[in-house]
Write a protein that binds this ligand. Structure first.
Ligand code: PXP
Length: 241
């Protein structure tokens, strides 16, 4: 049964809309923990559009579950991670114009550069996960970098219309999970997962971690964050087959 990582970036986005101090993603992390989150996930973007350096520093001191830092593969971000030492770093592609992370990291053909970042992070005791599309060539390339884990981008599954296309996208993730597992990689998934589509992904054999932000924070507006997290944990713990 996978555990839940709650992505708190969206709370910081709301704070930045006014440039003030509320709502505080540090509070959000505490509420998420109280709701049963096993991991707090945050993305420190190069343009600092939502999470700030101050957030990462405080969260490193206050979060008692696993802290997962999503980050671009740049020297500056590797330095930040090596200094703050999150439990896990998830390497993601980053485009300045994008609304959110729009696709997986291109690992195939860039193994050398990515492996160098992986080694630097691992030397500080940080577990490394690569956020990739569920494509066989990307899974193979990821294994070659020495990363411990991969996180499958589930956006295409989540956005596909219910029916054959959704089933096709699901099969890509399930097949990728089998391949990754055979190569010794720990399997995570995330992006676009919500209260309707999560159970099928949670039921994939070997699925270890799901990182979910938008749907949980959206529900939290109506029911509160602690309850929204608790409801998602419950769904993940009762996966459909
Ligand atoms: N995992 C990764 C690597 C992401 O970049 C994101 C989006 O920030 C998520 C998970 C969470 O996606 P969502 O907000 O759609 O649940």
């Amino acid at each position: 049964m996978p555990h839940l990582g709650v992505n708190i970036d969206h709370v910081a986005t709301l704070r930045q809309a006014r440039g003030g101090v509320e709502p505080d993603p540090v509070w959000a992390a505490a509420e998420a923990e109280l709701g049963g989150a096993s991991c707090i996930t945050l993305h420190l973007r190069e343009d600092r559009r939502h999470i700030q350096d101050r957030d990462l520093e405080i969260l490193r001191q206050t979060v008692q579950v696993k802290l997962n830092l999503e980050m671009a593969v740049t020297d500056a971000m590797v330095d930040v991670a090596c200094r703050t030492k999150p439990n896990q770093a998830t390497l993601v592609p980053e485009g300045r114009q994008e609304l959110t992370t729009e696709g997986g990291l291109a690992v195939a053909g860039r193994e050398k550069k990515i492996a160098a970042a992986v080694r630097k992070l691992q030397a500080k005791g940080i577990v490394v996960s690569l956020f990739i599309d569920p494509a066989p060539a990307e899974v193979e390339a990821s294994a070659r970098t020495g990363a411990e884990a991969i996180e499958f981008h589930t956006g295409e599954y989540a956005n596909a219309p219910e029916g054959p296309e959704r089933n096709r996208q699901f099969a890509r993730v399930a097949e990728g999970a089998r391949q990754a597992h055979d190569l010794g990689l720990v399997v995570h998934a995330g992006h676009g997962l919500n209260y309707v589509n999560v159970r099928r992904i949670a039921a994939i054999p070997g699925m270890t971690e799901l990182n979910i932000g938008h749907s949980i924070v959206s529900r939290a507006i109506f029911v509160g964050l602690r309850k929204a997290v608790r409801e998602m944990v419950r769904l993940i713990e009762s996966p459909q087959s």
